[in-house]
Design a protein around this ligand. Structure first.
Ligand SMILES: *Cc1c(COP(=O)(O)O)cnc(C)c1O
Length: 357
């Protein structure tokens, strides 16, 4: 039996979107390929509220995280971490020999504008990474407030990991001053895993032009240059199957309307939060709760594995805690094309099972 996924990626993909993955192939050097990639970029600009360039990468989001830090750090990167995915960015920098410092906070709390200001005031850094939506802790960073601070540092390249939030909540890339905003297909966009997308600002382009060793496959500047020269084509063969599905899904997202989509995510989030407050507790700081997934503190000490097994028998799957929080928390994703009714149905089943367990 197929289990309906309420995990923070991969998410449940609608059958019509899945079917688009089976579109017959076209040549990747054809006019049709250019046209397909141009259309996707135009729609992604709307979704990201940006006028800057869009890059598609046949990799998961981690690929573009690597590409961003390696391609655009000339001096030193300041990595702000609020959980597992912030830490991943630091590991990426270190393994690429990119000079970097890690600025972690206690899990469940946010990166504050004051911390960003304090770190950048040293003048040591020319790139920062911020996690928009930390999928381990269920916390959404205050990017509007961080944007205010970033106005004081116009030369610093601002990279934002929006992998688990883009498409589920509003991220106004240009207004926030973000230079490289990164997402993956398998989260709030509602597609299968295998492709990543980012915005790439003129500031980032100029910076990359001064970086000597940007790698190869994930060199964001060489991808950008190729798109410009070859009319939206890519240096190597991209996953055209994902492109067909992404193009189609972006139309569906625009049909729903971005604001409606974000509103639906809020309603689902509210539903899960109030359920969690009643039965358990929320892991992240109240004022920074994520709109796309909820991390719940396992205050009742339930056997999360047993719960998920029972849920599985009924056709649902939720997620245990991330890494070190495996049994201390569990996570319910409410993103992509999931509906409020599906969330209510899931929570009803959990209530029922908890009565049994
Ligand atoms: C899933 C996730 C990633 C990793 O993305 P992949 O597409 O799996 O490489 C990075 N950051 C966050 C916040 C995520 O949720």
């Amino acid at each position: 039996m197929h289990k309906k996924l309420f995990i923070p990626g991969p998410v449940e993909v609608r059958p019509d979107v899945l079917a688009k993955m089976a579109t017959p192939m076209i040549g990747h050097r054809s006019k049709d390929a250019s046209e397909l990639q141009r259309k996707i970029s135009d729609k992604m600009r709307k979704l990201f509220y940006t006028d800057e360039a869009i890059l598609l990468s046949t990799s998961s989001g981690t690929g573009l995280m690597e590409g961003a830090v390696r391609s655009c750090t000339l001096k030193r990167a300041a990595i702000f971490s609020i959980g597992a995915f912030g830490n991943r960015w630091f590991e990426i920098a270190e393994s690429n020999n990119v000079p970097a410092d890690l600025f972690p906070v206690e899990w469940g709390t946010a990166t504050t504008p004051a911390l960003v200001n304090e770190v950048l005031a040293t003048g040591k850094y020319d790139l920062i990474t911020i996690t928009h939506n930390e999928t381990s802790t269920g916390l959404m960073n205050p990017v509007e407030d961080i944007a205010e601070v970033m106005k004081k540092y116009p030369d610093v390249v601002y990279c934002l990991d929006a992998v688990s939030s883009a498409g589920g909540t509003k991220i106004e890339v240009d207004k926030l001053g973000v230079d490289i905003c990164i997402t993956s297909t398998q989260k709030a966009l509602g597609l299968p895993p295998g492709m990543a997308i980012c915005s790439f600002s003129q500031k980032a382009i100029d910076k990359a032009g001064r970086v000597l060793h940007r790698g190869s496959y994930l060199d964001l500047l060489s991808i950008y240059d190729y798109i410009i020269k070859k009319d939206y084509q890519y240096p190597s063969t991209p996953s055209l199957s994902h492109m067909f599905a992404l193009d189609y899904q972006l139309d569906r997202i625009m049909e729903e309307g971005l604001d409606n989509r974000f509103e639906r995510h809020m309603e689902m989030a509210e539903q899960v939060r109030s359920w969690a407050r009643e039965h358990f507790a929320l892991f992240a700081e109240e004022r920074y709760l994520s709109n796309t997934l909820t991390t719940i503190s396992n205050t009742r000490g339930i056997d999360v594995g047993a719960l998920n097994k029972e849920l599985g028998a009924r056709g649902y799957q939720i997620s245990n805690g991330y890494g070190k929080m495996k049994d201390k928390t569990f996570r319910i994703a409410h993103m992509a094309d999931c509906t409020l009714d599906e969330i209510k149905d899931l929570l009803g089943n959990i209530d029922d099972i908890l009565g049994i367990l």
